[in-house]
Design a protein around this ligand. Structure first.
Ligand code: HEC
Length: 115
């Protein structure tokens, strides 16, 4: 009998932890928060403003303000431009950032949240 109760509670725990769909929005929010952390750690902000006021580029070789970048760039395109910017912009001064998949996911999720 006790065994059956223990088994039933274990089953309940497993079922509850499988109820993933409810957790999706929270996971996405965490992604974009840690994306900001990746952006800061890699000093993307040396070249890029992220400002809704439309603050222009910083310095002669610097990149565009990334606020609203997802309005005209797809997620796939952004991923490519971060890992291999020369493929899309041959003359760019932006260096390659060979990121881990999860860091790239978080970074792009954060860039998409800037609007
Ligand atoms: C040394 C300066 C520099 C650094 C550091 C840099 N970038 Fe860039 N970035 C640029 C320049 C310049 C461009 C414009 C490319 C072009 O010529 O079209 C650009 C373009 C981009 C674009 C495309 C914007 C668009 O819509 O055209 C994205 C997205 C981007 N950078 C993200 C990042 C991220 C994320 C980081 C940090 C991991 C980063 N950049 C670090 C210089 C830089």
């Amino acid at each position: 009998m006790l065994i059956r109760v223990v088994f039933a509670s274990l089953l309940a725990v497993v079922l509850v932890s499988c109820a993933a769909p409810d957790e999706e929005p929270e996971a996405a929010a965490m992604d974009s928060a840690s994306g900001k952390e990746v952006f800061d750690r890699l000093h993307c902000g040396v070249c890029h403003a992220v400002s809704p006021e439309g603050e222009p580029s910083r310095g002669p070789n610097s990149g565009p303000n990334l606020w609203g970048v997802a309005w005209d760039r797809t997620e796939e395109w952004m991923r490519g431009h971060i890992t291999d910017p020369q493929a899309a912009s041959p003359a760019t001064t932006m260096p390659d950032f060979p990121l881990e998949e999860d860091e790239l996911d978080a970074l792009v999720a954060w860039l998409k949240s800037l609007h």
